[in-house]
Design a protein around this ligand. Sequence first.
Ligand code: SF4
Length: 499
Amino acid sequence: ADDVALDPWGSSSVSDYRNLFEEFGIEEFDEVLGEVPHPHYLMRRGVIFGHREYGPVAEALRNDEPAAVLSGFMPTGDPHIGHKLVFDEIIWHQQQGADAYGLIADLEANAARGMSWEEIDEHGRDYLLSLLALGFDPEEGTLYRQSENRELQDLAFELGAEANFSEFQAIYGFDGETDVSHMQSVVTQMADILYPQLEEPKPTVIPVGPDQDPHVRLARDLAERMRFFKVSKAYASFELEPAERDLVAGFYERLNPADWNDDDLRCVHVAEALEETPLSDLDVSADTLASVLTKLEEAGMEPVRPRTRFFDRRATEDAFDALIDAIEGEKRVYESHIDAFEIELEEAAELARKVEVDNGGYGFQPPSSIYHRFMTGLTGGKMSSSIPASHISLLDDPEDGYDKVKSATTGGRETAEEQREKGGKADECPVYELYAYLLAGDDDEFAKRVYDECVGGERLCGDCKEQAAQLIKEFLAEHQEKRAEVEELLERADIELES
Ligand code: SF4
């Protein structure tokens, strides 16, 4: 199998999707398809091929419970038909009842790609117009740009306290030359991913291409860290019903030092320190906390890391937070002992979230994701924004769109005769992709007919391309008409983009 490199800012294409399942733990979408109410055609046709924990989102949609969808656009050029996949995914989730968010990743575009603010404004507008033209409802949904969202910035700041440079190094290959703005744009993006849950935790899906998976993994990790942090804090604050307390206490009871080996000594020390200082004392005073901290330090814990949580530097908060940091060391053990848990983990997690939120925390659920295949470029290879002939821009003149399809490469045979005999290679044909990903729309039978006729040798490339080219021309004309119509909607949406 080819190497799979997942680099959110690189130009790598993912040539072997199977590797993603094995190496990165992305799961096959087919396994959850049955749980999705009225699945979108991109799901039915396997264009959306993978997911991380999409089950809770599907369940929420099925039961009319809160759910959210969010995706960001880095406005580095014109939106093209590859981006339309993400637009469609957001819109579909919105139509199924999810809170929908579309954001302009202007900080990321500036920091990671060096785009000027003027370029970002122009392209950002184009992305949003296409999103609206395709059916996004801005009155029900939320549009924002990173640089103008104050809450987002605050959240990014707090998430930054949970992440560190070595981690960015490992995940993104950052090094000593990486500029600070780029790193900042990463925590901002983490905040984007968790933003729909700021008011209320809910299953949230991020539709992306597989190259964005590193972001998803980090965000899931940070969501967990924030949660554990908050659960510990909530437990210690004792605003729980007795039964709830018992359940949460279950987490701690199972952190039994006797079960651990030498590698886990660090955690044993934490537990011992905790045993000696009853948790019921923890909300008493900074002195008590300080004494716990001293014990932790004596037990060889890492030095205290000061925090600015909620921008409050009170001694109690600081000391308490440092203690929580220490408890975080236990998380690893907690995970490795997860099988030994008798309590229903799901139940406990649900409660932990409730407890956390009741205590002023976030209660983030790990965000879910779905992954779609990249479209093949019309000239073969990857569809790329920087190669005009490889893609069809949503802003292309319909006639140009027509011409691009007419000169696309195909999966056809050398001669018509050979094609009739052996059939075309629809699976390797960018024109077939156009039908499956876009032109056939919701009409599965049409998509299937094109495929069957192609591989059966009844369909020849000349006519097939002519039909596709006509359809693209119509699609572009119609889309651009709609774009003009929604200009006004965009003006009314609460988002600043210079036109
Ligand atoms: Fe592609 Fe159509 Fe030719 Fe088949 S007939 S290879 S789908 S262009």
